[in-house]
Design a protein around this ligand. Structure first.
Ligand code: SF4
Length: 346
């Protein structure tokens, strides 16, 4: 099979597996490493130290440091559902409304890799990542023609917006490469910067994770700084605001090919924050088995729920918050105490 036919077959299969966005780029080193280094120097990675380790930077600086035989990189985009409007309960980022995408996409990539080796007729050196590896994936995605990096720092595709996951497969075979996207279609728009409630987008293309609601509700393990809490609204896991306001995500633009396992789970579409505040460890583990939400652990999740209840300011929440003052976790007790003060004050 020649290179063109192989490339076409791989793309067709990727689309069939749930990646309607698929492109190929070379194994050349990325150009944006300096940007990352400056971002790290500014401390914008907050506690996410793993991004800036020497090993990680070395690997990010050149795909050959990950896979010496690398000759081309397949970049894949898998859409997830757009956020629902009029959320009545606590707000969860739309990507996290069902099973953990890491688990789902890895299976798809394994299957695709199996097909590639079958078509090539031998073992092909490879390495895949689902948002987990030390690669500058957004730059690779631009190079592979999937979209441009928006001022909100997400990758935006002209047809389907930015609600999609990125994955990459580094391959030890040559494929036909795609035309890179060199234009930036944000234009004069600054909606994401103007709307972020915590001002996390310091300037176009620069996110300070220390202020980002997604970071604070998911990765941050400690108390959330008091000055940010009232600006977090009722986001209890992640945040979609800078994507919701983006004109490229206007309703109706999103992809229809959403994998079943990513379609929102019924019970997560109408969260009752008061009930959530009563989750014990056993309930939490059962409720979020296989879900990205388990990453916060119970204590992080209840910390977020308590803050959301404080921001809601409804007196109905007082009994569960008072009960949470006795919780075994300091993080939960502290957030509940803050919420009680706020509700009292309102
Ligand atoms: Fe770009 Fe506007 Fe979308 Fe921000 S909201 S990413 S500035 S188009």
């Amino acid at each position: 099979m020649d290179k063109s036919e192989l490339t076409r077959k791989i793309k067709d299969k990727a689309i069939e597996l749930g990646f309607p966005l698929v492109g190929v780029t070379t194994a050349e080193p990325p150009e944006h490493l300096n940007f990352l280094q400056n971002w790290l120097k500014s401390g914008y990675n907050a506690s996410m130290d793993w991004i800036g380790t020497e090993r990680s930077l070395k690997r990010r600086s050149d795909p050959h440091n990950i896979l010496p035989e690398c000759k081309s990189i397949l970049v894949l985009g898998c859409p997830y559902p757009a956020p629902r409007g009029n959320v009545k309960g606590g707000n969860i980022a739309s990507y996290a409304m069902n099973q953990d995408y890491h688990d789902i996409l890895v299976e798809q990539l394994k299957e695709l890799m199996g097909n590639i080796e079958e078509w090539v007729g031998r073992a092909v050196p490879n390495r895949w990542y689902v948002d987990t590896g030390p690669v500058l994936e957004k730059e690779l995605a631009m190079r592979a023609g999937l979209g441009w990096i928006g001022k909100n720092t997400t990758l935006i595709n002209k047809e389907i917006g930015s609600y999609f996951f990125l994955s990459e497969i580094l391959l030890g075979i040559e494929l036909n490469t795609d035309q890179p996207i060199t234009e930036n279609y944000c234009g004069a728009c600054t909606r994401c910067l103007d709307t972020c409630p915590t001002g996390a987008l310091k300037e176009p293309y620069t996110l300070d994770a220390n202020l980002c609601i997604s970071y604070l509700t998911i990765e941050h393990r400690e108390e959330i700084p008091k000055e940010l809490r009232s600006r977090m609204g009722d986001w209890i896991f992640g945040c979609d605001i800078c994507q919701i306001v983006c004109p490229w995500n206007k309703p109706g633009r999103q992809s229809n090919s959403i994998l079943e396992a990513l379609v929102p789970r019924g019970e997560l579409t109408a969260i009752n924050l008061i009930d959530e505040m009563e989750l014990n460890q056993k309930d939490f583990s059962a409720r979020f088995k296989g879900s990205p939400i388990k990453r916060t652990k119970r204590r992080g999740y209840l910390r977020n729920v308590a803050i959301a209840l404080g921001n809601r300011g409804e007196k109905d929440a007082l009994p569960v918050l008072k009960k949470a003052l006795e919780d075994k976790e300091l993080l939960v007790r502290e957030a509940a105490s803050w919420a009680l003060e706020i509700i009292d004050f309102k």
